[in-house]
Design a protein around this ligand. Structure first.
Ligand code: ZN
Length: 352
């Protein structure tokens, strides 16, 4: 596995990742996919460069691991993490050997070792314990996993993060979890500060961030992230929400009002949506009202549309980085958003 940066625009960067005979341009987004519950296979409708699966999900679905790519019909770059969040949440007892066996058999292009995520409520000794266990996993993968993998760390403060990165000794690749999900719900400005701190210290390392939503992906890419993953395109689709370009998720009013758990998202401005003329296959071939449909079909149509919007974000930035217009484009995107203060903070401190 090899990564090379070829264009810089402030902190934002674009580059090329060579992995398993495949080429992936960065910044890039790995669309999270679960084999569960009728999730759409967006890559059957348009080009999707990279997706993220998790080994735990594969084991729950009891599919033949060897046939994962065939079952999905996916030929792009496949990253597979352990599913550490679910394993922890459902208190499953799954060991490193089991996860490695699933990864060795299903052959993702990039594997992520079994990790032990942090939660904001954890006490210090629990945090230390999980960090130690994740670090032992990285070591275990280094010894036992025969193919490409990216070591994973979890943390949301400088000391934990820098200590763990230093322990990895000159790694060229890094995946960071419990960072965006925790800091976006607690201390958003320190997310900006920490990312820049890491970038300054490790300018050459390819860095992936786990669990990122649409607008936050733009902010992370602006500040030097190379890669992110998201499942928000499916999650939002499930709860009846769709994306316009450059805005957060919007609920489709007539549908979500009836739901037991209505989405907290703002209501979609249908006229603005239609004026945008989305180029995804769903909006291109079907009437708008199809996006309001309930049940699995509605989930699938919204999921495919959302996947299109998400995957267009890094593609757009690869262009703006080359043209050195990234900050300008992101300033415009955030000016409409409740996160504008965060962009302004980043700009004041790091972009001028
Ligand atoms: Zn669309």
């Amino acid at each position: 596995m090899k990564f090379q940066v070829h264009d810089m625009d402030g902190w934002a960067r674009s580059g090329t990742l060579h992995v398993n005979g495949k080429i992936l341009q960065s910044p890039c987004i790995f669309l999270g996919h679960s084999l569960n519950r009728g999730n759409p296979l967006s890559w059957h409708y348009f080009d999707v460069e990279s997706i993220l699966l998790n080994a735990y999900d594969l084991s729950v679905q009891k599919i033949d691991f060897v046939r994962v790519r065939k079952i999905l019909g996916f030929n792009g770059v496949l990253m597979m993490d352990s599913g550490g969040y679910q394993i922890q949440r459902f208190k499953r007892n799954i060991d490193r050997k089991t996860i490695i066996q699933i990864q060795e058999t299903s052959k993702p292009d990039i594997a992520i070792p079994l990790d032990y995520p942090l939660t904001p409520k954890m006490k210090n000794d629990e945090i230390d314990k999980n960090i130690e266990k994740t670090s032992r996993s990285n070591e275990y993968w280094r010894k036992h996993y025969p193919n490409d993998f990216i070591p994973v760390i979890h943390g949301y403060n400088e000391k934990y993060l820098i200590d763990q990165i230093n322990n990895l000794e000159n790694t060229a690749f890094l995946a960071i979890g419990s960072f965006v999900p925790i800091l976006m719900y607690s201390d958003r400005k320190s997310l900006v500060d920490l990312l820049i701190t890491i970038r300054k210290k490790y300018p050459d390392v390819f860095i992936h961030f786990f669990g990122v939503s649409y607008l936050v992906a733009f902010l992370l890419f602006l500040l030097g992230a190379d890669s992110v993953d998201t499942s928000a395109h499916l999650h939002n689709a499930r709860f009846g929400s769709i994306h316009l370009q450059h805005t957060g998720p919007r609920a489709i009013a007539s549908n979500t009002k009836k739901r037991k758990r209505p989405s907290a998202h703002k209501i979609l401005d249908e006229e603005a949506f239609l004026n945008e003329n989305c180029g995804c296959p769903i909006c291109h071939y079907l009437e708008f009202d199809n996006l309001k449909v309930r049940g699995v079909r509605g989930l699938q149509l919204r999921g495919i549309h959302n996947a299109w919007v998400y995957k267009s974000a890094p593609a757009e930035l690869r262009k703006t980085i080359k043209e050195k217009k990234t900050a300008k484009v992101i300033e415009k995107i955030f000016s409409q958003s409740g996160l504008n203060y965060l962009y302004k903070y980043a700009k004041r401190k790091y972009l001028t």
